[in-house]
Design a protein around this ligand. Sequence first.
Ligand SMILES: Nc1ncnc2c1ncn2[C@@H]1O[C@H](COP(=O)(O)OP(=O)(O)OP(=O)(O)O)[C@@H](O)[C@H]1O
Ligand SMILES: [Mg+2]
Length: 285
Amino acid sequence: MGVAAEQIRSLHKYEKTILLALERGMKRYAWVPLEQLRTTTNLAESEITYRLSRLIAWGMVRFNPVPYDGYALVFGGYDALALATLTHKGTISALGSQIGEGKESVVHDALGLGPVAIKFHRVGGRSFSSARLNRDYMPEEGHCPWLIASRKSAEREYEALKALHPKVSVPLPIDQNRHTVVMALINGQNLNRCRLEAPKEILEEVLENTRLAYKAGVIHADLSEYNILVEDGRVVLIDWPQWIATDHPNAGAIVGRDVDNILAYFLRKYQLDFPREDAVQWVIG
Ligand SMILES: Nc1ncnc2c1ncn2[C@@H]1O[C@H](COP(=O)(O)OP(=O)(O)OP(=O)(O)O)[C@@H](O)[C@H]1O
Ligand SMILES: [Mg+2]
């Protein structure tokens, strides 16, 4: 599920016009009718179908002939729109290679004012695909769930980073567009891949940052060795879209689970037995 950087660079202005028309059209349709594209873009039908065939070949658009000729934006097309906007704004000038992939995202490095990371959220690509195949006119609320869910996820992550940086060691948030977040590139390793020389110090740094986030009103809610990077011996907490506020009714249980995940990891890998009560006390004071 990479990002088609080459194609984005060579995107013709009509192709961008069509992607934008599809993005708008998908507020109303699961499959945007060709006729709708014609009226919203003012382009000739032959131009539109030629441009669409290229967008389909690049994995940016899907076609469905039944019961009418309809077109849908897919993640590749949404990526292209976000990258076009971020490039236009000057946030990034070049997209680099993929540096990470999770259940619900793809992360690339990129060039901005300096080296940056760009995270493309991909929420519900698989689970919502049956909804996308449903040709019915979409209800007001439920239209295009993957697009909305992925954008919301990126917005939430950006919100957390802005609330936490620089009080907490998280990547500097730089920009956000559609389903993407641009942030500082961390030159580090995921904690699960490290062999630490001073594990107790690192564990304490994780707890301290968890405390600082809690003090700022934010609980990570998916804290684990996979969502911690170690850069020059310092920890950076990443992957914030699922954060919850400390006034959430289950805040106590959720912050407890975050702490448990971390303690379990250090016990398993380093035989470091940090008392749970002390750790929870540290974080929520
Ligand atoms: N700012 C960054 N700098 C360097 N590498 C990053 C950065 N953000 C993410 N990464 C890399 O990309 C990987 C995936 O990012 P992240 O954990 O944020 O998303 P995710 O794991 O896909 O989310 P999910 O938990 O939903 O699967 C990380 O494990 C990390 O290796
Ligand atoms: Mg992750």
